[in-house]
Design a protein around this ligand. Structure first.
Ligand SMILES: C[S@@+](CC[C@H](N)C(=O)[O-])C[C@H]1O[C@@H](n2cnc3c(N)ncnc32)[C@H](O)[C@@H]1O
Length: 392
């Protein structure tokens, strides 16, 4: 969260807009960590802009593509990311963004020390340093990815990086855990009555699964989970998730399997019409073709079943979200199939884009929890929500 957001949180304006059960999650530990981490990412972004020559290339106004070419970067890979870096600098007035989409860096950029912010984070709450480590890995990979000599996937998902991801996708990391907590509340509500079978997509290292099962256990509703199938594309993540969850929820019929949401779910032995709940934490925005994946989700749901997506949401079209610094390196994230009007760009979607996407793909009763459309006026950096929809 930006300083604006943190002051809104501290002076009570945010609490007035949040449902009562979410207020304790947005405490000083979380808000302070987000504020610091956003500053850290801004400082890393400044360094990347300087070290890749984007600052010199933007002395004269240009589109993001023109600036990428002037800086000698691989235009196809770098255009979106250069646009994101410049839009991020524009948030703090260090770059100018004209109405026609052209950017310009009018004067020399300062070199602000990210390390100073990391030290402050260590004093405030060291659990969030897992996010800093991932941002550092991304920053180190930027020059080669933007020049086209390495892929972001190879740089971020090398086998020796898996430990860093394990710490990042964790309920101990206060910055990441918020998505799991909000998602767990929405998932518990969506699994109403007698419950049924649950399918999780992109379950990664299992922290979202743990949070939702803990929530159901606390509510005495674990028996509502007739079965829980955690799926994930990366076998190494899946193995770790299996180990992380082993023995933790003995009464739950938990199974694990590889599923690529860009492929027909039948290939992963997902039977049509069988799930009361399909759940995903920060996963669906990376679908190569959201229309295709949402159609597969609909097919998997039983009549009246629900889809719950806990997502990082873009508060306003075109506004960069700080964690995109990391994920923009991944092609699947920044360059999915585009669909007007609800998938105009890669990365995170706004609440309105999610609603339009789900309705266009045959879902109804779409809700966004909490109501970002109201919160963003006070806190434009409030970027987490669970989106729930029912198969029509
Ligand atoms: C934000 S992470 C989810 C983290 C997870 N909730 C956890 O606690 O570890 C998104 C996940 O989606 C997975 N993913 C990416 N592309 C996918 C695809 N095409 N099909 C299925 N999963 C995919 C990634 O490997 C990653 O684990």
């Amino acid at each position: 969260m930006s300083p604006d957001a943190s002051s809104a949180a501290r002076d009570g304006r945010l609490a007035a807009l949040l449902p009562a059960e979410l207020i304790p999650l947005f405490d000083e530990r979380f808000v302070g960590s987000c504020t610091l981490f956003e500053e850290y990412v801004h400082r890393l972004a400044l360094r990347v802009v300087r070290s890749t020559g984007i600052d010199a290339a933007a002395r004269q106004p240009g589109t993001r593509g023109e600036i990428a070419v002037r800086a000698g970067l691989d235009a196809a890979r770098a255009e979106v990311t250069v646009g994101w870096l410049l839009a991020t600098l524009a948030l703090t007035g260090r770059a100018a963004r004209a109405g026609d989409g052209r950017f310009h860096i009018p004067s020399a950029l300062p070199d602000l020390e990210p390390e100073e912010v990391a030290r402050e984070q260590e004093r405030h709450d060291p659990s969030a340093l897992a996010s800093y480590r991932m941002a550092d890995l991304a920053a180190a990979a930027y020059p080669s990815v933007l020049r086209g000599t390495a892929s972001g996937e190879a740089a971020l998902f090398a086998p020796e990086r898996i430990g860093a991801w394990f710490e990042y996708f964790s309920n101990d990391n206060v910055i990441y855990a918020i998505s799991n907590r909000i998602g767990a509340i929405a998932a518990e509500r969506a699994l109403h009555g007698d419950g049924g079978a649950v399918l999780e997509l992109g379950g990664g290292l299992g922290s979202g699964t743990a949070a939702v099962l803990e929530r159901l256990a606390d509510a005495g509703r674990l028996p509502a989970v007739r079965s829980y199938r955690l799926t994930e594309i990366a076998p190494s993540f899946l193995r770790r998730a299996q180990r992380r969850l082993a023995g933790r929820f003995p009464g739950v019929p938990l199974s694990f399997g590889r599923l690529d949401m860009d492929r027909p779910f039948g290939e992963a032995e997902v039977e049509a019409g069988t799930f009361a709940l399909v759940y995903g934490v920060n996963t669906l925005h990376v679908a190569r073709d959201l229309e295709f994946t949402l159609a597969e989700v609909r097919r998997a749901l039983a009549p009246g079943g629900a889809l719950v997506l806990s997502e990082c949401v873009r508060p306003f079209p075109d506004r960069p979200v700080y964690i995109e610094f990391l994920f923009n390196l991944l092609e699947a994230f920044r360059a999915p199939r585009l669909v007007e009007p609800w998938r105009p760009n890669g990365g995170f979607l706004t609440p309105e884009q999610w609603t339009a996407a789900l309705e266009a793909c045959g879902f109804r009763a779409v809700t966004v929890y909490p109501d970002i459309a109201r919160i963003r006026e006070v806190c434009p950096a409030f970027v987490v929500a669970a989106i729930t929809a029912t198969a029509a």
